[in-house]
Design a protein around this ligand. Structure first.
Ligand code: GTP
Ligand code: MN
Ligand code: MN
Length: 624
C-alpha cells in the first residue's frame, strides 16, 4: 500500500481516498458512504478531519476555482459570490417525506393550498433522488464531513454525516458545526447519526452558467425523511439549503427527534442577561431576518446590564430531572444577515466578523474589505465599491442594493466578544423566559405577556410577520409564521402544537412567555421604537415579571407593562401610547384571521385548546 500524507492510501468502492483515514468511519457510516458513492460516482473521496491544514488547502482550492476571493483588509476572510439564482432558501422546493401525508403536514380545507410545509411520498422521493443524484459527482470530489450538533459528547448533542461535492460547504460547515476527528473519536458502531447527502448538482443540459458557483436552480430539491433520519439536498449551494446541520437537521429532522424523545428543537436565539449580579437566560423565536442575531448580541443601553450570547438561531431545549428547562445552541458559528449590521446597530457582530469569516453575496471595497447597506458610516466615501454581482456600484447613483438583502456572514461563535461562558456547557443553560416576535407594522404592542401556558402556545401558533428576503417570498405581505417555524417543521403542525401543550404535564416550572414587536410604525411610516440596544428596556421589564413584580396590567390580549414600569429613562420622543395602543377593531380582525388560518390550514389536526383560546380572546376583545 502507498503511504499518503495522512496515512494509508485507501479506496472506497474502487474510488481513491485522497485525504483522511477511512478507518475512522464506523462500519455503519462506511456503508452509508459506499452506498452514496455508488449513486453519485465521485472521482475522489475526501474524509474531513477538521484540521487547519485541511481547511487552508480547501480555501486555496476554492480560490483557484474562483468561488471565493481573499479580503486582504481582514485576517483570513473570504468573499463568495453565488449564482444570482441561488441566494436564499427555497421553501417551495423543500419537502418532508413520510409514508402518510398526514404525518408530515396538516390537511388543509377543500380547495385551500397548504402553507405549513410540503409532503412527498417515499416512492416519489426515491425517483427524484435517482434522477438528480445518479452520477452527479462525476469529476468531482465527495467530501465526507462527520459533524456534531451541540458540544461533542454532550447528552443533548446529535451527530451527522454530511456528504457533499462542495468545498465551500465543507469550509462553512467547519465554522457552523464541530467537524472531523473530534467527532469520529467518540463514535462507535452503536452511534446513531443523521444521514445528510448534498450535491450542488449540474443542470440537465450540462451547461453551467457560472462555473465558480455550480448549482441547478431548476431542479433544486431539499428532502427530509424523518423515519430514516435522512436529508437529501440537491441543486443549491446557498447556506440554508446546503449546510445541512442547520435548518435541515437542527430544525426539521431535529423537531421530529425532539417529538419522539420529549424535547423541543426551535428557531430561537439564547441569551444570558445579568442585572445586579443576577443572571437569567432567555430564548426567543423570531422569523428569519426579524432580529434574532441582533438581540442575541445586544449591547444594553441601560447601565448595570450585561447581555451574553449562547446562540443566535437555534435552540435545543429539554426539561431536566428537576423540571428546569435547559437549552443548548447546537451550532458552533453564526450564519447572520449582513445588511443592517453596523457599529451602531450591532457593534458586537462587527467585532466578531472581521476574522476567519466567509462572507457571501456582500459587496466588496477597493481596499479589500466588505460593504453592505447599513455600513455607510463605516466605509469612507472615497472607497470604490463593487456590488454583490461584481459590478461597479455607486452610493449616490446606483438604484440597486450593493449587497444582496440576504447576504450573510459565516463566522465562528467563539470569536464573539460576549459569548457566554456557559455556551458550550454540555447540560445546557436554564431558560426562564421564552419570547415570540415578528415584524408587525400595525396593531401589535411592543410587549405583552401570555396569561398562561395554553395562551402562550396560542401566541406562538398565531405568530405573524412581514415577509423578508430570507426566502423566496416577494413583497411585504404579513404572513403567518407559527413559532417562527413555518419553513422548518419536520412533522404535522397540529401534532407540534400538541407537543408544546404537553409541556404543561412535564414540569411545574414552565418559563414565562412574552410576545415582542420592535417593528410597530407610526403614522409617518417610521418605527415607533428605537430597537437594538434599547430593547434591553423590554428585557428589563421581563426580568421584573420573572421576579413576580406587580408591574403588569391585564388586557384582553395578555399582560402589558403598567404605566412607568417600562424604564424609558434617557429616551427622547417615545410615543408610548402609540406603542401600546390596543385597537379593538384590529384585534377582532387579527383573531378572525388566525381562526380562519387554523381552520383552513390545520383543520382537524388543530388541538381543541387552540379553538378554545380563540373563543376566549374573541369574548375578551368584544368587551374592549
Ligand atoms: P435569520 O438569521 O434569518 O434567522 O434572521 P435573524 O432573526 O437573526 O435576523 P437579524 O437579527 O439578522 O435581523 C434582520 C434585520 O432586522 C436586520 O436588517 C436588522 O437591522 C433588523 N433589526 C434587528 N433588530 C432590530 C430592532 O430592534 N429594530 C429594528 N428596527 N430593526 C431590527
Ligand atoms: Mn434562522
Ligand atoms: Mn440570524
Amino acid at each position: 500500500l502507498k503511504q499518503s500524507h495522512f496515512g494509508l492510501f485507501h479506496h472506497l468502492r474502487g474510488i481513491s481516498v485522497v485525504h483522511g483515514d477511512i478507518n475512522v468511519l464506523t462500519p455503519k457510516v462506511r456503508s452509508y458512504v459506499e452506498d452514496k458513492i455508488d449513486l453519485c460516482q465521485p472521482e475522489k473521496i475526501h474524509i474531513c478531519d477538521g484540521t487547519d491544514y485541511e481547511n487552508s488547502s480547501l480555501l486555496t482550492l476554492l480560490q483557484k476555482e474562483g468561488t471565493i476571493k481573499a479580503l486582504p483588509k481582514y485576517e483570513n476572510c473570504w468573499l463568495a459570490r453565488t449564482n444570482p439564482a441561488d441566494t436564499a432558501r427555497v421553501e417551495s422546493k423543500t419537502f418532508i417525506c413520510t409514508e402518510k401525508k398526514s404525518e408530515a403536514i396538516p390537511t388543509p380545507s377543500e380547495g385551500v393550498k397548504g402553507s405549513l410545509g410540503n409532503w412527498m411520498s417515499p416512492s416519489d422521493m426515491n425517483k427524484a433522488v435517482k434522477e438528480r443524484f445518479t452520477g452527479c459527482m462525476k469529476n468531482r470530489t465527495m467530501y465526507v464531513i462527520p459533524f456534531s450538533m451541540g458540544p461533542v459528547g454532550s447528552p443533548l448533542s446529535k451527530i451527522g454525516i454530511q456528504l457533499t461535492d462542495s468545498a465551500y460547504v465543507v469550509a462553512s460547515m467547519r465554522i457552523m458545526t464541530r467537524i472531523g476527528q473530534a467527532v469520529t473519536k467518540i463514535m462507535n458502531n452503536e452511534t446513531e447519526f443523521v444521514k445528510c447527502l448534498h450535491s450542488v448538482g449540474t443542470p440537465a443540459d450540462g451547461k453551467m452558467e457560472m462555473p465558480s458557483w455550480p448549482c441547478d436552480p431548476e431542479r433544486t430539491l431539499i428532502l427530509h425523511k424523518p423515519q430514516a433520519n435522512e436529508i437529501v439536498s440537491y441543486g443549491s449551494g446557498y447556506g440554508g439549503n446546503s449546510l445541512l446541520g442547520k435548518k435541515c437537521f437542527a430544525l426539521r429532522i431535529g423537531s421530529t427527534i425532539a417529538k419522539r424523545e420529549g424535547w423541543l428543537a426551535e428557531h430561537m436565539l439564547i441569551l444570558g442577561i445579568t442585572k445586579n449580579g443576577k443572571k437569567r437566560y432567555i430564548a426567543a423565536a423570531f422569523p428569519s431576518a426579524c432580529g434574532k442575531t441582533n438581540l442575541a448580541m445586544m449591547t444594553p443601553t441601560l447601565p448595570g446590564y450585561k447581555v451574553e450570547c449562547v446562540g443566535d438561531d437555534i435552540a435545543w431545549m429539554r426539561f431536566d430531572e428537576n423540571g428546569q428547562l435547559r437549552a443548548i445552541n447546537p451550532e458552533h458559528g453564526f450564519f447572520g444577515v449582513a445588511p443592517g449590521t453596523s457599529n451602531s446597530s450591532n457593534p458586537i457582530a462587527m467585532s466578531t466578523v472581521f476574522k476567519n469569516t466567509i462572507f457571501t453575496n456582500v459587496a466588496e471595497t477597493s481596499d479589500g474589505g466588505v460593504y453592505w447597506e447599513g455600513m455607510e458610516n463605516e466605509v469612507d466615501e472615497s472607497v470604490k465599491i463593487t456590488d454583490w454581482l461584481g459590478k461597479p456600484w455607486d452610493r449616490k447613483t446606483s438604484k440597486t442594493p450593493a449587497a444582496h438583502p440576504n447576504s450573510r456572514f459565516c463566522t465562528p461563535a467563539s470569536q464573539c466578544p460576549i459569548i457566554d461562558p456557559q455556551w458550550e456547557s454540555p447540560e445546557g443553560v436554564p431558560i426562564s423566559a421564552i419570547l415570540f416576535g415578528g415584524r408587525r407594522p400595525v396593531g401589535v404592542p411592543l410587549i405583552h405577556e401570555a396569561k398562561n401556558w395554553k395562551h402562550a402556545v396560542f401566541m406562538g401558533a398565531s405568530l405573524r410577520s412581514e415577509a423578508t428576503a430570507a426566502a423566496e417570498h416577494k413583497g411585504k405581505v404579513i404572513m403567518h409564521d407559527p413559532f417562527a417555524m413555518r419553513p422548518f417543521f419536520g412533522y404535522n403542525f397540529g401534532q407540534y402544537l400538541q407537543h408544546w401543550l404537553s409541556m404543561e404535564t412535564r414540569t411545574s416550572n414552565l418559563p414565562k412567555v412574552f410576545l415582542v414587536n420592535w417593528f410597530r410604525k407610526g403614522g409617518d411610516g417610521k418605527f415607533l421604537w428605537p430597537g437594538f440596544g434599547e430593547n434591553c428596556r423590554v428585557l428589563d421589564w421581563i426580568l421584573k415579571r420573572l421576579d413576580n413584580e406587580d408591574c403588569a396590567l391585564k388586557t384582553p390580549i395578555g399582560l402589558i407593562p403598567k404605566k412607568e414600569s417600562l424604564n424609558l429613562e434617557g429616551l427622547k420622543d417615545i410615543d408610548i401610547d402609540a406603542l401600546f395602543k390596543l385597537d379593538a377593531e384590529f384585534w377582532k380582525q387579527e383573531i378572525n384571521a388566525v381562526e380562519k388560518y387554523f381552520e383552513e390550514q390545520v383543520g382537524k389536526d388543530l388541538p381543541s385548546e387552540m379553538k378554545e383560546q380563540c373563543e376566549i380572546l374573541k369574548k375578551e376583545i368584544d368587551s374592549m
